[in-house]
Design a protein around this ligand. Structure first.
Ligand code: KG4
Ligand code: ZN
Length: 342
């Protein structure tokens, strides 16, 4: 029986969150995330500062994850880590740490694709977590990613569409910056949006073929709109913040839903799973729930702690790879650009 219990220590360091988790089979025993505050001052992630903060955080975060899980290093079956995609300097910290620890403990090393992890996070076992059935469509939306993926098996994924420029979270954060809101502005835009009129200011939706996205044009049109209006009335933002945020949120939600509808039409798959930090957004959540009634979709939204960057999602991929004996060797290196199917 003991041999059927797999303990994975997982490490995530692809962007600005240092995270470590311990999983016992598909259950999360601990999931510690140290969010780097330093970037707030700069209005965005500064890569050099991120890798330095990862170096400072990684030992205490791993230690805390093991302590919270009440697991000794000697009980671990394997170490899983994010190999990519992400910021090279950040990835290197987690990769080097994972390699050294696996070597020191003489246990297998498992490399994980961060985007696959956002999707497989749905398979973590928890009280209110219900896994989707294959095949399903995954919409991964965060500060670094916007993708629609057809998921036919744990490691059988095809990207159907992705952003050609900014990620949807970036569109939120950059629009928020134009409005004078602090970084990351996405949650604040969401908060004000809930108090405003979504149709107050119509912003143009981009015309991008197929299932790809583009968000840089929207960001520019919001910037020009604000510049134009504040020239007429310097207090324009203050007076209309809720309506502006509601209009931005409405446009972004429409863009995402239009593409999802197209993807459903193209694939005849009606199970939709979302992930990534932007899946916390109330407008997107509401639109998806409405689509269950209107179009007969089944939608899956993981617990918020497994939506944003976290190591538990790396651990669940580690679990499946361990079961498949899919291990990495010590020659493995971080990979800043790392497509899902690669
Ligand atoms: O997945 P995540 O934690 O990190 C990345 O991989 O980027 O996502 C962070 C992004 C940020 O852009 C943040 O503004 C956005 O998710 N975000 C939101 C909301 N909560 C987080 N955007 C819109 N509405 C929200 N409620
Ligand atoms: Zn992510």
């Amino acid at each position: 029986m003991e041999n059927n219990t797999i303990y994975i220590l997982a490490i995530e360091s692809s962007c600005d969150d240092t995270s470590a988790a311990v999983l016992c089979n598909k259950k999360v025993l601990s999931n510690v995330v140290a969010t780097q505050k330093i970037h707030e001052e700069y209005g965005g992630v500064v890569p050099e500062l991120a890798s330095r903060a990862h170096q400072q955080n990684i030992i205490p975060v791993v230690h805390q994850a093991l302590t919270k899980a009440n697991i000794d290093k000697k009980q671990l079956s394997a170490i899983a880590f994010t190999r990519g995609p992400g910021l090279m300097g950040s990835l290197l910290v987690g990769t080097s740490f994972a390699k050294s620890l696996a070597m020191g403990l003489n246990i297998p090393l498992i490399e994980v694709n961060h985007m696959q992890a956002h999707i497989l996070a749905h398979f973590i076992e928890g009280d209110d977590m219900k896994p989707p059935e294959f095949p399903f469509l995954a919409l991964t939306i965060s500060g670094g990613h916007t993708q629609i993926v057809l998921v036919s098996g744990f490691f059988d994924m095809d990207i159907l569409g992705e952003s050609l420029d900014d990620a949807v979270g970036e569109a939120y954060d950059k629009s928020a910056k134009v409005l004078g809101l602090p970084y990351p502005g996405g949650p604040l835009v969401d908060k004000y949006a809930q108090l405003g009129n979504p149709r107050a200011y119509p912003f143009p939706k981009p015309t991008v073929d197929g299932l790809n996205f583009s968000f840089s044009g929207l960001k520019t049109s919001i910037l020009y709109f604000i510049q134009r209006e504040t020239k007429k009335d310097t207090d324009f933002i203050n007076k209309n913040l809720n309506d502006i945020c509601a209009s931005i949120q409405y446009t972004i939600t429409e863009i995402l839903m239009d593409k999802l509808k197209k993807a459903v039409k193209q694939t005849a798959v009606t199970q939709i799973a979302i992930g990534g930090g932007v899946s916390a957004n109330s407008g997107i959540r509401k639109a998806l729930k409405n689509a269950e009634d209107s179009y007969g979709w089944t939608t899956y939204i993981p617990n918020f702690e497994y939506c944003t960057d976290n190591a538990a999602m790396i651990g669940i991929v580690g679990h499946f790879k361990y079961r498949a004996s899919n291990f990495a060797d010590q020659s493995v290196t971080a990979k800043a650009r790392y497509a899902i199917g690669q």
